[in-house]
Design a protein around this ligand. Structure first.
Ligand SMILES: Cc1cc2nc3c(=O)[nH]c(=O)nc-3n(C[C@H](O)[C@H](O)[C@H](O)COP(=O)(O)O)c2cc1C
Length: 191
């Protein structure tokens, strides 16, 4: 699939067929993540591929949301998808030089993990697999479940599976004119 087509046709998928996802497909999407750029090529990301049903159940229990009922609409996706990939990051690598942060942003691990995860998600889409970035969950609880050592944090997870049905309707996006400026912030015309 052509890159722009993959970018534009990807949608968050929260319902999956129970059909297993083979190891080759998982390797392909992890390979796409591997080739993401990162701060000084530090590659702080770590991935945990979860197929174990009871671990998926426990991870699903960590999902939260800001909705009044506290429910995260991806909870059942994490529980039922054949595979869940959890993205973690080694701290104090991205954005650091000799142990000190280089910029006012501090640790850039969120940025690098996001680049890798988006590569992974687009690669998954290109081979017919659905995913959804899941960020609203208790990451410390997730770390306990997955026995993540100190110095490494859990950042996000995505279920991976064959979509139950094709999602065709586009999720709305702002127009370019609402967020692109020229020469100075707030200047909406190029001249
Ligand atoms: C960093 C991040 C965290 C997200 N966390 C969740 C989540 O916890 N639960 C969920 O259902 N969707 C989550 N999403 C998916 C967004 O809701 C979704 O990408 C957005 O509504 C646009 O829809 P689309 O992906 O179909 O284009 C997350 C997306 C991003 C980028």
């Amino acid at each position: 699939m052509e890159v722009l087509e993959a970018i534009k046709s990807r949608r968050s998928i929260r319902r999956y067929q129970p059909t297993p996802v083979d190891e080759k497909a998982i390797e392909l999407v992890l390979e796409a993540a591997r080739w993401a750029p990162s701060w000084a090529n530090t590659q702080c990301w770590r991935f945990i591929v979860v197929r174990n049903t009871s671990i998926k159940d426990k991870l699903a229990e960590t999902l939260r949301s800001a909705r009044p009922d506290g429910k995260n609409i991806a909870t059942e996706a994490v529980r039922k998808a054949p595979v869940v990939i959890v993205a973690c990051a080694e701290l104090k690598k991205s954005g650091y030089y000799h142990g000190e942060p280089t910029t006012d942003k501090g640790d850039w691990y969120m940025f690098d993990v996001a680049l890798a995860m988006q590569n992974l998600i687009l690669a998954a889409h290109s081979i017919g697999l659905g995913t959804v970035h899941v960020g609203a969950f208790d990451a410390q609880e997730g770390a306990k479940i997955l026995r993540v050592p100190s110095g490494i944090v859990v950042v996000e997870m995505t279920p991976v599976g064959i979509p139950q049905k094709e999602v065709t309707s586009p999720t709305p996006r702002k127009e370019l004119s609402q967020f692109v400026y020229y020469d100075r912030y707030g200047s909406t015309s190029p001249d």
